[in-house]
Design a binder for this molecule. Structure first.
Ligand code: ACM
Length: 273
């Protein structure tokens, strides 16, 4: 199967133009699965909750989601993309999964980064996987990478491919995702953006590019440049993610010792210094 990622440079608040450019850039691409960045249609650096509310949209009735549904149907492709989601009074940093037959699912970011804590509600979907027929995909968003539990849970749920819409501003994600792929035996597709945003007198945010696809043995299959934009594709075999062996006598999942992992699910531990 062919997978692809879109490394973009959105203009803050210009939803129509950003979506239109994505539609044009993706139109010629033949792929089974495409991953777009976090908040690809709105931009990232919000300066008020009101601004988020104005630009956020409902899934699946909002215009970004409708455009992606149209693209998915016309091009017979599944698309995972990040968007600001509004549901009643709540605002989420979310991702939607759409395909030729319509909306497949949504994920709301679990671990909010920095000022996102002011603008978004914490995600309440938890980590989920979606069986697309040709592969099972899981979704996590940007800063979720910092918490290895995110990828581990998705792998344990059966993800072959972790789709990772991102707007990365910290330097270490791309290298860390090689380990997330290796230890879980999964493909990871990190779709990042480029450019700088400096809005409302806030610290400028420079996005790191270098979107990548990593294979289940931790090797980078494709990596975009720091500043370039465009669509990058690779042919992969999701079957490779179903072999979880490490050596003839070691296995990523069967060798786990969950009886010793209790602190991972003990909320009291979060209060440790
Ligand atoms: C991030 O989570 N967008 C840094």
């Amino acid at each position: 199967m062919r997978v692809g990622l879109y490394q973009s440079h959105p203009i803050f608040g210009e939803v129509d133009a950003n979506v239109e450019r994505a539609m044009e850039d993706l139109w010629e691409i033949k792929a089974d699965l495409l991953v777009l960045p976090e908040l690809f249609a709105t931009g990232y650096q919000f300066i008020s909750k009101e601004e988020v509310r104005k630009l956020a949209e409902e899934i699946p009735n909002g215009k970004t989601c409708q455009a992606m549904l149209e693209l998915a149907k016309r091009k017979n492709v599944h698309i995972v993309f990040g968007l600001a989601e509004r549901e009643k009074e709540n605002l989420y940093n979310a991702a939607a999964v759409v395909g030729p037959a319509g909306l497949v699912g949504r994920y709301r970011k679990t671990h909010l980064f920095f000022d996102e804590k002011t603008f978004f509600d914490p995600g309440d979907t938890g980590f989920q996987v979606f069986d697309l027929g040709f592969a099972t995909v899981g979704v996590m968003i940007c800063f979720d990478w910092w918490f290895p539990e995110s990828a581990r849970v998705l792998a344990l749920l059966g993800a072959d491919i972790i789709c990772h819409p991102a707007n990365l501003v910290l330097p270490d994600c791309q290298e860390a995702m090689k380990t997330r792929s290796l230890e879980n035996g999964v493909f990871t597709i990190t779709a990042n953006r480029v450019g700088t945003e400096a809005r409302g007198g806030k610290e400028p945010l420079t996005y790191t590019g270098e979107s990548q696809i990593v294979g289940p043995r931790g090797r980078v299959i494709i990596r975009a440049g720091k500043g370039e934009t465009g669509v990058f594709t690779a042919d992969i075999d999701p079957e490779e993610a179903r072999d979880k062996s490490i050596t003839a006598r070691n296995h990523r999942f069967q060798d786990r010792r969950p009886e010793y992992y209790g602190p991972l699910t003990n909320p009291e531990i979060n209060k440790s210094p």
